[in-house]
Ligand binder design. Structure first.
Ligand code: MLT
Length: 409
């Protein structure tokens, strides 16, 4: 008899964004005359910049040419792209990352999900609450959690670190020692950030406890304020304790094209049962070579163009466009009497629901009365209850229209 991985049965019925998409599709089917504005999933709406599109077109032409055609590429990514990453994303910030510490992939969602392959099932996992659901669900799937508790909305054997308006969205250092600590900064879903001193506490804590930090900085390009670290490696000692995940998705409009990268420093070690030190860089390389055949050449040529002069100028224009949307949302909500968080260094605005309304009730009300889609805070964890997320990735026109509708709430 074929048996399943029963850990999958511990998962909640469906992935958050699929549940939302289904609810919205149903509503639209029953109300075809209504213009629904989608500010739910953080998906970009601006087309890819011309410099990137041109580079991809050239790459397609190369592939047509018998002398330039390319088959399998390196599993870790082409050197031309990894060099640009090292030079621009790290060296320019005074960080020394070597090319063989960079692994190009088809998305930070996949990488943050796949990284769990490297770690023992016995490891204790700490997540912020609310949290990007991939970190939690992939640990559920791989058996690192107990059962889901309907009463608390939490899984057993996970360290939840509440982030809410009471603690200014700064997670407390856990009292119970975790092995794997997930941090996403700028944060999805709350749009909030930690400064260098706040982040340094985590590096020190991870060192003291021989834990590892899985640092998702997919939204670093949206940082507007000084003193907010773009990379965890801006903080001394981080290379000994942290893996960093980066993405071209939101930065350069690649949500549909798919390209990201993960940095696994060579200093970073984890241990065998017997206490022997093992390089995680080597393990990740081994894992990728076995399970992944690299990102397409055409895509990587597009990603390389992100770092060209025109590419930089054009992605900056898009990022500014989205951050202007964020400002419109923040100010629109404030005028309408909402308490909001985030949206200054991130394309997400986190708001308190009116009169402590439940997140899903607020979702239903927004959808049915105002035809606006957002993401219920509780979908990201129990501490998200009573909150709601809007994304700044919509079009300007829709963002303004949504704020007009909301001001009538
Ligand atoms: C989100 O809306 O949280 C993100 O778009 C999801 C993702 O990046 O996978």
């Amino acid at each position: 008899m074929i048996k399943i991985n029963e850990n999958f049965l511990k998962l909640q019925d469906s992935y958050l964004f699929s549940t939302i998409a289904k609810k919205v599709a149903e509503f639209q089917e029953n109300n075809p005359d209504k213009k629904v504005i989608k500010l739910g999933i953080g998906d970009v709406t601006r087309p890819i910049p011309k410099a990137i599109a041109d580079a991809m077109k050239n790459a397609v032409e190369e592939m047509e040419n018998p002398n330039e055609f390319k088959g399998y590429g390196p599993e870790q990514g082409y050197e031309f792209l990894r060099n640009k990453i090292v030079e621009n994303d790290y060296k320019k910030r005074g960080i020394n990352i070597e090319i063989d510490e960079v692994f190009v992939s088809d998305g930070a969602k996949c990488d943050t999900g796949n990284i769990v392959d490297l770690f023992s099932k016995d490891n204790k996992v700490a997540i912020t609450d609310p949290v990007y659901p991939v970190y939690l669900d992939t640990n559920v799937m791989s058996g690192r959690t107990g059962e889901y508790n309907d009463q608390t909305g939490m899984y057993d054997n996970i360290v939840y670190m509440p982030c809410n308006s009471e603690n200014n969205f700064e997670p407390e250092l856990p009292k119970q020692r975790p092995d794997m600590i997930y941090l996403c900064l700028p944060n999805n879903p709350t749009g909030t950030v930690l400064n260098k001193n706040q982040l340094k506490k985590w590096i020190d804590y991870a060192k003291e406890n021989r834990s590892i930090i899985l640092f998702d900085s997919a939204y670093e390009a949206f940082i507007t304020q000084e003193d907010i670290p773009h990379s965890i490696y801006e903080i001394e000692g981080a290379k000994e304790v942290a893996i960093e995940f980066r993405s071209f998705s939101k930065t350069a409009g690649f949500t549909g094209i798919r390209c990201a990268y993960t940095v696994v420093p060579k200093e970073l070690k984890a241990y065998t049962e017997k206490g022997e030190e093992i390089s995680l860089n080597k393990l990740w390389n081994r894992r990728q070579c076995t399970k992944f055949n690299g990102v397409s050449y055409i895509t990587q040529k597009g990603a390389e163009a992100v770092y060209s002069e025109n590419g930089q100028k054009q992605i900056k224009e898009n990022i500014e466009y989205y951050m202007e949307n964020a400002r419109i949302i923040r100010e629109g909500l404030k005028k309408a009497g909402y308490e909001t968080f985030g949206g200054i260094n991130a394309p997400y605005i986190w708001l308190k629901t009116p009169n402590n309304m439940k997140s899903w009730d607020f979702f239903d009300e927004l959808l049915t009365k105002y035809n606006i889609v957002g993401t219920p805070g509780v979908g990201f964890g129990p501490n998200g209850e009573g909150y709601f997320r809007l994304t700044a990735f919509g079009s300007r026109e829709n963002t303004i229209e949504a704020m007009k509708r909301l001001s009538k709430l």
